[in-house]
Design a protein around this ligand. Structure first.
Ligand code: GLN
Length: 388
């Protein structure tokens, strides 16, 4: 049977595969990053109210006006960016659809898209769906995941259309400093490239405040800012993403989005809009400080068990080196840890184009209650007694 050429290089999502394995073995799932704690009441109340009141039909393709207005107000309050809800916002089915729709709207076959490594697994396939060439570039350098600017500079060419920028970063936990953002901005401007950002962890930051690269001089007109509700409001299954882009490119993004999905779930948009309207800085501060406690607990447990890992500055993952524990390759070590220890990570190689680069790494996610992370820690303590 014929299947399209573009799908042949795709493999099953390694992250979701690990979730299945964790479930099979009753392991604690620190592989796929999703919260095991409730979403804020306001989202649930408002989405329930919307369904009760029969907000059951298509929302406006590019997002309900209420949500777009609330999002514009949130960007103005958080970052001082003026966004026009009528012409610069598209609401999508999660940041995942946002990334695909954005690339389909700006990238031509044969164009190059720079994908910094290690990377979240969707970016490569997103580029390939556009028949563009992903230029993988290991810019996050271990062990501290510093930005390797020289390498990034070399990745640009005449054919570069876009750079995908994810800070706070999945899987490294790095947050770009102002100076690093500035350097990246200069490269995008020099090479006339789009910065396509994935800022879904914008509120999970352990020090300082998030700075969207769109706020840097000269970047507003060449940045497409993607974010979403999943991480900020602990609703990864709701699939509400957002795109902010200049009007002309927003028009193109909206067309692609329309043909892909028509629109994001209408009643859930009401829930997210209500959250943006009512939750203030205290909510975002306590989200970050709760995540800081989870990070500290998991990081301590990992170090005690013999892993080596930088403490993340943001997002909710720890990318850990296990070479002092085991000589197995990352995938076999991950299966072993899931089966025998009862804690599931993601194999590090899934974040690299050349699997060899991640063979000694695994990623643990910590959007979990302290109880569950404590239990994972107890299980991991068994590694001290000898491992695979
Ligand atoms: N963003 C989450 C992660 O990196 C979920 C990804 C997914 O389901 N593929 O774990």
């Amino acid at each position: 049977m014929h299947t399209a050429h573009r799908t042949r290089g795709f493999t099953e999502s390694v992250i979701r595969g690990m979730t299945r394995l964790a479930n099979e073995h009753g392991a604690i799932n620190l592989a796929q990053g999703f919260p095991n704690f409730p979403a804020p009441e306001i989202l649930k109340q408002e989405a329930t109210r919307a369904i009760q009141e029969d907000i059951n039909q298509y929302a406006i393709t590019w997002g309900s006006r209420r949500l777009r207005v609330a999002l514009a107000a949130k960007y103005a309050a958080s970052y001082g960016i003026e966004v026009d809800p009528e012409s610069e916002i598209t609401v999508t089915c999660g940041a995942t659809e946002a990334m695909a729709a954005v690339l389909l709207a700006i990238v031509d076959p044969g164009d190059e898209v720079i994908v910094p490594e290690p990377f979240y697994e969707n970016y490569g396939p997103d580029t390939i769906i556009c028949a563009a060439k992903p230029v993988f570039c290991p810019i996050w350098a271990p062990p501290s995941w510093e930005l390797d600017l020289e390498r990034l500079e070399k990745a640009f060419s005449e054919r570069t259309r876009a750079l995908i920028l994810n800070s706070p970063n999945n899987p490294t936990g790095r947050v770009l400093s102002q100076a690093e953002l500035q350097a990246v901005a200069e490269l995008c401007q020099r090479h006339d490239a789009w910065a396509v950002t994935d800022e879904v962890y914008e509120h999970i930051l352990f020090e300082g405040r998030h700075v969207p690269i769109a706020t840097l001089p000269g970047m507003r007109e060449r940045t497409i800012t993607i974010s979403g509700a999943s991480k900020t409001y602990s609703v990864t299954g709701w699939r509400i993403g957002t795109v902010i882009a200049p009007p002309e490119v927003t028009e193109a993004i909206r067309k692609v989005h329309d043909f892909l999905t028509v629109g994001a779930p209408a009643p859930l948009q009401e829930g997210v809009a209500a959250a943006m309207e009512t939750l203030g800085p205290e909510y975002y501060d306590s989200l970050a400080s709760d995540y800081r406690s989870r990070r500290d607990l998991l990081h301590r447990h990992l170090e005690q068990a013999g892993f080596r890992a930088a403490s993340p500055q943001g997002a909710y993952y720890i990318l850990a080196d296990f070479s002092e524990i085991s000589a197995l390759p990352d995938d076999r070590f991950s299966y072993w840890l899931t089966r025998e220890i009862g804690v599931a990570p993601v194999p590090g190689s899934s974040f690299y184009a050349r699997p060899g680069d991640g063979r000694h790494l695994v990623r643990f996610a910590f959007p979990k209650t302290l109880d569950l992370l404590g239990e994972a820690g107890e299980r991991l303590a068994a590694l001290k007694g000898g491992a695979a």
